[in-house]
Design a protein around this ligand. Structure first.
Ligand SMILES: [Zn+2]
Length: 158
C-alpha cells in the first residue's frame, strides 16, 4: 500500500530510492514501510512531557531516521501520503489505548487535542508544517477509532 501511494506520487522517469534504506527502484521498500506499520509504543522518561503520555510510531533510528528527515525537510515530499496513512493508523490504534480519565475528560469537554511537537522556526517560515499535518492525520485516526469503538447512540442513551 505504501509503495503504491508513493509510486503514484512520484514523477515518472525520475530515479527513485527507498527513503529509509536507500534501496533502488522503490520510493519506500516493504521492510522500511513495515517500520511505520507497527502499533505505536509508549515512550518512557520524557521529562519535558510531565504527566502526559508520549507515544511513538517507531524508534528514530536506523532507516526510520533518514525517512523522517527526508519527509520533514522536504527532500522527500512524496512521503506525505505515507506519513498520513501511518498517522491515521496510529491514531486509530491509540483510540483504544486512551486512559479512562482522558476519555471522560474528552467526553465532558467535547474535544480531545492532538498536539504536534512544534516544528523548527525555519520549517515554520517555509510553511512545512509536517508535524501539524501528522497531528491532523492522527486526529482523523483517533476519531475513526473512537467512533468504531463507541456503542450505537441508542445503546448509549439508554
Ligand atoms: Zn527501505
Amino acid at each position: 500500500m505504501f509503495s503504491r501511494l508513493l509510486t503514484d506520487a512520484l514523477h515518472v522517469g525520475l530515479p527513485v530510492n527507498c527513503a529509509g534504506c536507500g534501496r533502488w527502484d522503490t520510493p519506500l521498500c516493504g521492510d522500511c514501510a513495515a517500520l511505520l506499520a507497527a502499533p505505536p509504543h509508549r515512550v518512557e522518561h520524557v521529562d519535558a512531557a510531565g504527566q502526559v503520555d508520549v507515544w511513538a510510531l517507531s524508534t528514530y533510528t536506523g532507516p526510520v531516521r533518514p525517512l523522517v528527515l527526508g519527509w520533514k525537510n522536504g527532500a522527500r515530499e512524496d512521503l506525505g501520503p505515507v506519513m498520513a496513512v501511518a498517522g491515521e493508523r496510529a491514531g486509530h490504534w491509540l483510540a483504544g489505548q486512551l486512559r479512562p480519565e482522558a476519555v471522560s475528560a474528552a467526553q465532558a469537554s467535547g474535544c480531545l487535542l492532538v498536539v504536534p511537537a512544534p516544528s523548527g522556526l525555519g520549517r515554520r517560515l517555509r510553511g512545512r508544517l509536517v508535524a501539524a499535518d501528522l497531528a491532523d492525520a492522527v486526529a482523523r485516526g483517533l476519531a475513526a477509532g473512537w467512533s468504531d469503538a463507541a456503542p450505537p447512540r441508542s445503546a448509549r442513551s439508554g
